[in-house]
Design a protein around this ligand. Structure first.
Ligand code: FES
Ligand SMILES: [Fe+2]
Length: 393
């Protein structure tokens, strides 16, 4: 497969899912936060190609991953996105049961008495998937022996920014989780996410909330002034803010950005998204801590909520796009926040992006497709495409 730095991804990468599988085997990918499954027994499932992965918050507090497939007749243990399993994970079909900490088979209705104690090879429990949690962010990897040192390095970069939110200690609840199957290639969705050249023409709402300079790096004097003001405020509050873009860790870009004047949170009217503040904040701050993770996620921490967006491939022209909005665990819907008001910016912005990604995916099916050249303000697309190509071997 030929990839040239400075250009988009080659056709083979978009059309042959083995390349994507290799990326997801070679590197960790984002799948949830502790807020998606905050209590012991909580479960959270997602599709990846033809498989379904089940995350389980064990009685010991550890979040683990299993293939969501009963060893008996392959029924889903959790049918849907989220649920709770208590002390036994019971298959709804014939009630075979599993230990939520290890996935080990604990009960096998209708089988000989010693079946559970001496199960035949391959039937002793659920197939484990590599899952690692750092700072409340949950990652998975298709390699059963995935190297967790990479997650430690990632955490070193993120900790100064995310630690003040204490996401790893709980204290958050899901205000809303939405997911959509999109007829677009997941890598096209990610490349679109890595530039804001399309923002002015396609995200009129988002451009009211943020100066497009924030995400582009194409700084105007007015934005530079706003950033300097905000930086002084963050420094006084002891908060890290400087951008670290795929250096020193090649899978993460993180920075704090100011919102436009008059905006207390990421909402179209600028009013707070939630009355309860979170993490280090005791008042609303016109800023976001934004994190872009290779290969599949972008997260925004404001002073009153956290929005996580991530994408995973279902096929070469189909992907899963998921968004979770987290608020303070004590925030009450209808009192502290209105869920439509909280969710409106990413709902609208993601829908705008989905249309662009469908269009680019359809265009890239052409027999005459050639990866196009990327401009100066598309440098994070260059980083992404190079990274994907380097990790697909
Ligand atoms: S399929 Fe799960 S118990 Fe039969
Ligand atoms: Fe966009």
């Amino acid at each position: 497969m030929e990839h040239t730095s400075g250009f988009g991804l080659p056709a083979e990468m978009l059309r042959d899912e083995r390349h994507s599988r290799r990326v997801l085997t070679n590197r960790w990918f984002f799948v949830a936060t502790r807020g998606d499954l905050p209590e012991p027994g909580d479960m959270f499932a997602f599709d990846l190609f033809d498989e379904n992965v089940l995350l389980v918050h064990g009685p010991d507090g550890v979040i683990r991953g299993f293939e969501n497939r009963c060893v008996h007749q392959s029924a889903r243990l959790l049918d849907g996105v989220s649920g709770s399993c208590g002390r036994r994970l019971v298959c709804p079909n014939h009630q075979w049961s599993y230990d939520p900490s290890s996935g080990a088979l604990r009960g096998a209705t209708g089988m000989p008495v010693d079946f559970v104690d001496r199960p035949p090879d391959g039937f002793g429990g659920l197939r484990a998937i590599s899952v690692g949690e750092r700072g409340g962010l949950v990652f998975a990897c298709l390699d059963p022996d995935a190297d967790t040192a990479d997650l430690d390095d990632l955490q070193q970069v993120l900790a100064p920014y995310t630690d003040p939110f204490h996401l790893d200690r709980g204290g958050y609840r899901v205000a809303l989780h939405e997911r959509e199957v999109v007829d677009a290639n997941w890598l096209v969705v990610m490349v679109n996410n890595r530039e804001c050249v399309h923002c002015r023409a396609n995200h009129p709402g988002l451009c009211d909330v943020f100066d497009p300079s924030s995400f582009n790096g194409a700084t105007t004097p007015a934005y530079a002034e706003r950033l300097a003001e905000a930086a002084a405020r963050w420094e006084a509050a002891g908060l890290a803010w400087r951008e670290q873009a795929f250096d020193p860790h090649d899978a993460v870009r993180v920075a704090r950005y100011p919102m436009a004047e008059g905006f207390a949170s990421i909402t179209f009217d600028g009013r707070p998204a939630c009355r309860r503040t979170i993490g280090p904040w005791h008042h609303h701050d016109a800023s976001t801590l934004s994190i872009w993770l290779n290969p599949n996620a972008w997260l925004h921490f404001t002073s009153d909520h956290i929005a996580t967006n991530w994408v995973l491939p279902l096929g070469t022209d189909r992907c899963l796009l998921a968004t979770t909005w987290l608020v303070h665990a004590d925030a009450v819907e209808g009192v502290d926040y209105d869920v439509n008001h909280l969710a409106e910016v990413w709902r609208v912005t993601n829908a705008e992006d989905v249309e662009l990604c469908r269009s680019m995916t359809a265009g890239a099916r052409s027999a005459h497709y050639r990866p196009g050249p990327l401009g100066r303000d598309e440098r994070w697309c260059v980083q992404f495409c190079d990274w994907i190509a380097a990790n697909a071997d």
